[in-house]
Write a protein that binds this ligand. Structure first.
Ligand code: ATP
Ligand code: MG
Length: 386
């Protein structure tokens, strides 16, 4: 990339994360291109340069990369060997295939983190039924089963209460070709997330640690700053930064953590990482000096990173999860009228029950009021409140 040419960042995948990267690219004056599976994908709707193609197709990836100065990603379900080849041939892929493997493959991630001495729940590969019984005998019921690849929003996570349920589950999934792993069921006190933006040379900035409020395996709310002690927040931050270095991340890397009651006080265990902007960082668009999307772009371009400080004492994000199939549009003016104000972000996705279709962020001086305002506006937008 020559110094006076406008750099083009190519994004593989065109979901809401790519859409919000485009929003952040505008003030930086950079070019963006997306590789979308469908012309009506969330980001394809707002991008002038759309290539239609598949993230598991080596030729599509190669042809796409040839039109971009830097390739980055909206998700990790990508043909990693093809990305490695693009890099070997002189392309710039950030994060690269080596980093993406952590996010794509939960079993690899757990194995590597354990090897590095990081705190993770007990886990094992689910190879046969006796493996389940053996694991449960060691760690007790319930146990958690996860697909090693491809899960999101709790799809790909199952909790099995006893041997009978495990038998039914095993019989139903045997022969489907999905690689599964077993995990100790963790008695979670709270869930936290920490986002780090990292440049290729290793320079990082870290966002305030947040609490993620999950129900049925889906994140409903994100609370910044997390209501935890400074000591826990510092430990979370240190883990996030350590993982950013360990994985060689470039761009945003999000680390999801469990707070667990231990014999000597609260412990932090790593749930999983995402090597890209993440739902737990959407609060930063309105709530921080530099959003996660802006810092992701700066990092993949190897440009200076921006400050991550909160711009209000409390920032709360509530996800919009589809309740029905009705358009949200008629409800937008009512949400905008919520006293105190909120910032809606709609993804342009067709509404389906349970689908993440947007989020809303509230800023305020009072933790409870700010949270109530965000949650109420989300309820208005999804039709659960008027
Ligand atoms: N070992 C565990 N013990 C107890 N609860 C768990 C465990 N693993 C996951 N969970 C719960 O399920 C949620 C989803 O799990 P996980 O983050 O692994 O799945 P995912 O579908 O990849 O999520 P994401 O929405 O972040 O993509 C967690 O946030 C947590 O609430
Ligand atoms: Mg998760």
């Amino acid at each position: 990339m020559t110094s006076d040419a406008v750099p083009v960042v190519g994004i593989v995948g065109a979901g809401q994360l790519a859409r919000m990267m485009i929003q952040a690219a505008i003030p930086l004056g950079i070019g963006v291109r997306v590789l979308a599976e469908h012309a009506d994908d969330s980001a394809a709707l707002v991008c002038p340069n759309v290539d239609i193609g598949f993230p598991n197709n080596a030729r599509h990836l190669r042809e796409f990369a040839a039109k971009c100065d830097v390739v980055t990603l909206d998700h990790e379900l990508v043909y990693l060997d093809a990305l490695a080849e693009i890099e070997a041939a002189g392309g710039v892929v950030r994060p690269n295939a080596g980093t993406l493997r952590y996010a794509k493959d939960k079993f690899y991630q757990r194995t590597e983190f354990k090897r590095a001495g990081l705190p993770v729940p007990a886990f094992a590969e689910l190879l046969n039924f006796p493996a389940i019984e053996e694991f449960a005998a060691q760690h007790g019921w319930p146990i958690v089963v996860k697909s090693q690849q491809g899960g999101y929003d709790g799809r790909g996570v199952w909790i099995l209460d006893d041997a009978e349920e495990a038998r039914d589950f095993f019989d139903a999934t045997a022969g489907t070709g999905v690689d599964l792993m077993l995990e100790q069921y963790v008695r979670i006190e709270r869930e936290l997330a920490v986002l780090v933006a990292r440049r290729p040379g290793g320079e990082t900035v870290t966002y305030p640690v947040v609490e993620t409020v999950q129900r049925d395996g889906i994140c409903h709310e994100v609370i910044a700053p997390a209501p935890v002690s400074t000591e826990i927040a510092e430990r979370a931050r240190a883990l996030g930064e350590q993982i950013a270095g360990l994985t060689g991340a470039v761009g945003i890397i999000a680390t999801e953590l469990f707070v667990v009651a231990g014999a000597d006080g609260d412990e932090l265990w790593i749930n999983e990482v995402a090597t890209r902007p993440h739902n737990s960082g959407h609060f930063s668009i309105d709530g921080c000096q530099t959003s996660q999307f802006a810092n992701h772009l700066r990092a993949v371009l190897d440009w200076p990173l921006g400050p991550t400080d909160l711009v209000a004492p409390f920032v709360v994000m509530a996800n919009l999860l589809g309740e029905d199939r009705e358009s949200l549009v008629p409800r937008i003016p009512r949400a905008l009228d919520v006293p105190g104000g909120v910032h809606p972000h709609l993804y342009g996705k067709e509404v389906r029950p349970g689908r993440k279709i947007g989020h809303v962020t509230a800023l305020g001086d009072d933790a409870e009021e700010t949270r109530a305002r965000a949650v109420h506006a989300a309820a208005v937008l999804t039709g659960r409140a008027t």
